[in-house]
Design a protein. Sequence first.
Length: 318
Amino acid sequence: MRKEKQFFRTLKNKNGVEITCCDFGAVISSLTIPVSENENLDVVLGFDTIEDYAESFMLVAKPFLGAVVGPHAGRVHFGKYKNGIQEIQLEQNHGPHHLHGGSLNLSNQFWNLVSAFESEIQYEILINDLKTKITAEYSLNDKNELNVVLQAVTEEDILINLTQHSYFNLDGHQGDVRSLKMQVNAEEVLESDDDLIPTGNFLTVQDTPFDFSILKTCPAKIDTSFVLRGEKTAAILTNERNGLTLKVETNQPSVHIYVGGSCDHITGKENTVYHHTSGICFEAQNFPDSPNHENFKSGILKPGEKYSNEIKFTFEIN
């Protein structure tokens, strides 16, 4: 497996922020921020080599560290949906269901490098017998804004729901997210069954453990799709110790927030042993299982249409 340095690319800005991406999975492998004159923090989980990323997909609980996920992020009930009168059967790679694009997905393949500059990187990949083109663009500006644009065009109908799957920790990738606080701009979450398949119902967060309308301690376990209100900022993560804050913005209807067991006992970069609460994901995306619910925006992309998921991660130091 290739693991040479030329497959890792680094973005930089004038403030000393550095973001390293990897051609395998279009991964964000490190994101280093100077939080003081003496402290630089790497705030995303990752691996040191391409070989480590590839081997992580042999695990039972695949972590998808820092990768672009798709063609369909999230679950599809029994891997089935209808496109008109045609029933489509996807791979059932997560028990009886489809998850994160199947066993061969966007996260465990090499992407083609389109361009690489100090402030911007663009990748593309062709799937679906070369009938669908997906692009991923990362750009970093001097406002400490990481802009992620995930796009797709197709010559044949295909179910698309892309997301960026970085695990963040504003106390450093060797820390614990339970030391952080989180706020989510959502009044509802998607109801799901025991297999985390959406039922189609929307549940209020008021007076529930999912009410993060104000800053609250990061949960030790969560795997939930929040229905966004439509305002600009979807979620906020903050570290009161070092004054570092992350703001997440998106044009998508949902942010799926995940803290859990996929990282448990995985040895990551710098020989760090990750655990259940090493990082938190803010997976901006369409609702999972969308074609199977009439009240969800369908994720079926048709020829002549353009899919675009725009996500902005802004880092502020108080």
